[in-house]
Design a protein around this ligand. Structure first.
Ligand code: FES
Ligand code: MG
Length: 577
């Protein structure tokens, strides 16, 4: 697509709705008039939609009402006509069983909302984990000019003399409480202060990882990913994003104009360099799928072997997002890994990534580490393969214990999450620190929805004995704020008949991170014997969205998108008919 010549409004997409002398257009115009708008408000102007995932049940987006008004201000300043359009909000903190069940639903909604309305460009307002990939996936498929406006992280939280990070410290202090080291009063005080403000989790969880990935792939204005949600700069970002969206409408600057396989690589390299969430793997595969680009786990592993982790950020490092922002933000970090990036990749600003980050300065070498003093020289995330995971599984090695990187132990199997919850803290459970905790029925189909159950709790009796980490295996995901030696995304999952479904308590399992292997020490004949007698899992659902999900979701190594959603459908734009 090329820029609209001389800003000719008759070439805007919305002209198909408002610019014609026919009965349908009369209807569209008269209803806008009914809302109190005059011709001058919208005629000849790009219509810019603010796709807002605000909801009172999404705590991370509680400032989005105000931010939407600020985006609106920017759109008006640049001569656009702003329209705010609510789309499904996916808030991690309130939704059960998991927001991941609905990522594709939001992606479908974004795609169809963009396609069916008189929209020339869109500002995508998201932040809490799944909203980021969902909105980007939908916008790629609709291929209508779009810019992403991240919610921004919460401010750092303080309790007594401790800095608290969301997620990570909740797990940490909960373990302390189970071990009997934390009184009710302290626990209550932590509850009162750990969520310090509006905004997303302020550790390098999935939300911040995906915001950084979005920025590195070119979806935001420079610096957007790390600006805390409630500082004045975040408001200014919102206004500037609105202004830019109007220009993008005139330029007809679509996702297909800047999203390339190089952008995907930039996102991937960034997620590794910041020590980001393993969830980025699943989302990036799905995002690439919308561009008909087959991104493999192998590619992650390749880049992981050469990308140093230089963001010293919790949960794998020491600092919080506000520290990252104050240290120079993502642009400063990217300058430090410049030669690993495709600097010619385009961004929504119309400039290249290289131009975008040029001159960015690191203010604090503790937070954004120099290349000769990284958090880890490489290998933030590892892909493992073996007879337990024929299609691969992943581990955030940077957040795992060194002494468990090569480990062999006896499996303690939990059939599903309720079984795990019922038995994990039972003092009669036969388990020791060398055991391998294994949870199944927690994948895309099993749970359903691929929940973040992968950081299985350490049994209480072992916590009391001072154990802080164990090898844990599952077909689940893990929150980006979690940590520990947790092997995740085992594919195929147990509910799809993967080998995980056949493991029994007492089987020997070995993981070897340096060799990138996972081995289940049971011979093939025994595996076949077990398979022959293993029952077929029941159908997930007879009706509704769950049935659609069950029939079409792909496995973890394929990104868990619906099989019928890969690619774009430019021919389906009703504006061209
Ligand atoms: Fe929304 Fe963590 S709960 S970002
Ligand atoms: Mg999360």
């Amino acid at each position: 697509m090329s820029p609209l010549p001389e800003r000719d409004p008759t070439l805007l997409r919305s002209h198909q709705w408002f610019g014609k002398d026919d009965l349908r257009s009369f209807g569209h115009r008269s209803r806008l008039k009914g809302m109190g708008f005059d011709d001058i408000d919208y005629q000849g102007r790009p219509i810019v939609a603010i796709l807002n995932t605000w909801s009172e049940l999404n705590t991370c987006h509680s400032h989005f009402r105000n931010r939407a008004d600020e985006v609106r201000r920017g759109i008006l300043q640049s001569g656009g006509f702003p329209v705010e359009v609510p789309v499904m909000s996916l808030g991690e903190m309130m939704m059960k069983p998991t927001t991941m069940l609905y990522r594709n639903l939001l992606a479908m909604e974004v795609e169809e909302v963009l396609r069916c309305h008189p929209i020339d460009a869109a500002v995508l307002m998201g932040g809490c984990d799944k909203t980021v990939p969902a909105m980007i996936m939908g916008a790629i498929s609709a291929d209508i000019p779009s810019i992403f406006m991240p919610a921004g992280p919460m401010l750092r939280a303080r309790w007594k003399d401790q800095t608290l990070g969301s997620g990570s410290d909740a797990w940490k202090y909960w373990d302390q409480r189970l071990a009997g080291n934390l009184c009710d009063r302290d626990w209550n005080q932590i509850e009162n202060c750990i969520a310090s403000s509006a905004g997303t989790c302020m550790t390098m969880g999935t939300a911040s990882t995906m915001a950084c990935v979005a920025e590195a792939m070119g979806w935001t204005l420079p610096g957007a990913a790390t600006i805390p949600a409630v500082v004045a700069e975040h408001s200014r970002l919102a206004v500037a994003t609105g202004r830019r969206a109007v220009e993008m409408a005139w330029e007809n600057f679509r996702p297909s104009n800047f999203m390339t396989t190089q952008s995907i690589d930039n996102g991937l390299t960034t997620s590794l360099a910041i020590g980001g969430s393993t969830n980025a793997i699943v989302h990036l595969i799905a995002i690439a799928g919308r561009m008909e680009h087959e991104l493999t786990l192998q590619r992650f592993d390749e880049l992981s072997r050469t990308t140093p982790v230089i963001g010293d950020l919790r949960p794998s490092g020491r600092f919080l997002m506000q520290d990252f922002f104050e240290a120079g933000g993502l642009s400063a970090l990217l300058v430090r890994i410049e030669e690993l990036l495709h600097l010619n990749a385009k961004t929504v600003s119309g400039r290249t990534l290289g131009e975008q980050i040029a001159g960015a300065e690191v203010i604090n070498d503790e937070v954004i580490r120099p290349r000769d003093n990284p958090v880890a020289p490489a290998g933030g995330v590892c892909l493992l393969r073996g007879n337990l995971a024929p299609n691969g599984c992943v581990i955030k090695s940077i957040a795992a214990s060194k002494k468990l990187m090569h480990h062999r132990g006896k499996a303690v199997v939990f059939e599903d999450y309720p079984d795990m919850k019922a038995r994990i803290n039972d003092d009669a459970l036969e388990v020791d620190e060398n055991s391998v905790l294994l949870l199944r029925s927690a994948g895309p189909l099993g749970a359903p929805g691929f929940p973040e159950w992968g950081m299985l709790p350490i049994p209480k009796k072992l916590l009391r004995a001072g154990v802080t980490d164990m090898v844990r295996l599952s077909d689940a995901r893990m929150s980006g704020t979690s940590y520990g030696t947790c092997v995740l995304h085992i594919s195929p999952e147990s509910a799809a008949g993967g080998p995980l479904s056949l493991v029994q308590t007492g089987d020997d399992i070995e993981i070897n991170l340096p060799e990138r292997t996972i081995h289940w020490h049971v011979d093939d004949a025994e595996i076949e014997r077990r398979r022959a007698i293993s029952p077929k899992p029941p159908a997930l659902a007879e009706r509704g969205y769950l049935k659609l999900f069950a029939n079409h979701v792909t496995q973890a190594d394929q990104g868990c998108d619906f099989d019928f959603l890969t690619g774009r459908s430019p021919g389906q734009d009703p504006a061209i008919h």
